[in-house]
Design a protein around this ligand. Sequence first.
Ligand code: ADP
Ligand code: MG
Length: 575
Amino acid sequence: MSKGNINVSVENIFPLIKKFLYSDHEIFLRELISNATDATLKLKHLARIGEAKIEIGNPQIEVKVNKDNKTLHIIDQGVGMTQDEVKKYINEVAFSGAEEFLEKYKDSEAKETGIIGHFGLGFYSAFMVAKKVEIFTKSWKDEPAAHWTCEGTTEFSLEEHNRKDRGTEIVLHINEDEEEFLEESKIRELLTKYNKFMPVPIKFGTKEKELPKAEDAPEASGEDEKPKTVTVDDIINNPDPAWTKQPTDLEEEDYKNFYRELYPMQFEEPLFHIHLNVDYPFNLTGILYFPKLTNDMSVQKDKIQLYQNQVFVTDNVEGIVPEFLTMLRGVIDSPDIPLNVSRSYLQADGAVKKISSYITRKVADKLKSLFNNDREDFEKKWNDIKVVIEYGMLTEDKFYDKAQKFALYPSVDNKFYTYEELEAKIKDNQTDKDDKLVILYASNKEEQHSNIKAAQDKGYEVLLLDSPIVSHLIQKIESSKEQKVSFVRVDSDHVDNLIKKEDEQVSKLSDEEKEKLKESYEAVAPKEKYTVQVEALDSNSAPVMITQPEFMRRMKEMQQTGGGGMFGMGNMPEM
Ligand code: ADP
Ligand code: MG
């Protein structure tokens, strides 16, 4: 027997990194701009703490395409690198200069800078699209510049260079089969997708800006005179997006403007927003919006965008926020959400789970405060938000508990009750002889018009519950209330039987007979699927039909909305 070490050499790993590290080639640009951003944030930090005694001004990042040379350039004015630093940070794959920096300057709160890098692998994603990569870099320190070249093998060249400008220029010689990355429109699309809210201004070309007309300018002479313009840098990002600010520094209008910035094609205004802001036990900021939702279950999901330190990660937040909240819109940003890992890892991650329950709590708190502060307004919005709330109650027990305080049960006459209020209101009139509260509801005012009228004539309160998931929800409420409660649709054929009446008729069957009857029915209708009720016998109705129509109908509905439905109700409570 022999023992030994497996020799992992960079030669073996390098092609693997290039090929498999990222499934998506396009993220190379996100990685290189993240590095340029980090370099700029580092320099700002060093200047702030007095280690770099330089005037830094307002450093920018620039992206340029050179179609003739088939090169893409990413240029920053950040810390730059000395030759030694290139050897250390670039030549050592999987050594993260970002992590090293955070560790070295942790006492001066370097974490606050929002530095992005993590694993020391991002740079090499450049080789997914480039056959050759060059680095021209000049450190902020008083040392000569360096020029590094590599053609995607483990060989590289490193030499002195005469570059004078502080900072780094990365030059990618784009592969023949990746030439889409030389198209201006493609680069602009990527910059808008991944870098729209990154913290350092990113210039991509120039644009014409209209000059404001001077007050005393003579009237246009009739001919179609073009407005005067100047050529300015085209900055593609907003380095200070609303979610990075303090809620106290923002007006209602700022939130609305930011919504428009996030969803330029969305014309409907959001109903309200929730500003997330926590730094312990994890770091998370963001703004969530409640859009107007209707009963139409085809609402588009995946509208929440996930960022890490202002870098776009994904707009598929499944498994990161509870499913019912995927109907919301907005932004979540957390440095604690691991960037370059698989989704299944993400879903199992402890930090991510905590984030998910924090968000649920914040949403519940916000709804409660909206309800408490302006109930009238909350009632007006109910129809637009109930799908989210009801779905949340159904799928998240913690949310269900909290929602007891603000979930509303509207009547067919547009009165809105909380469950508590409803209970108090109908207790006397709508409790059956088994002390079970009977809640009558309609699902369609027009179709069930005469049943509603009949019930109201008897003095009963009739709710209007018309969301697509209501049969699931009432099932849940029925099983969770302390006092037994039964929801009965107003057109069920047994409405009368369930409610205690003054002139209640005495059953013609003895208790023993009832029990026998019940058992014989249960023999063919298994308990788990059917509820056989024989208690409410009345000479006018069939003894055992009582809860079946309501129940069966619900079953059918639940089968329709369940399974492969829009919300993939895989975690629906078993019946
Ligand atoms: P990470 O960003 O996770 O640290 P990368 O592979 O993306 O890893 O980059 C490796 C290191 O190379 C960085 O940490 C940094 O020290 C250095 N580096 C990369 N790009 C630049 C740049 N534009 N300016 C200065 N240093 C850079
Ligand atoms: Mg990086």
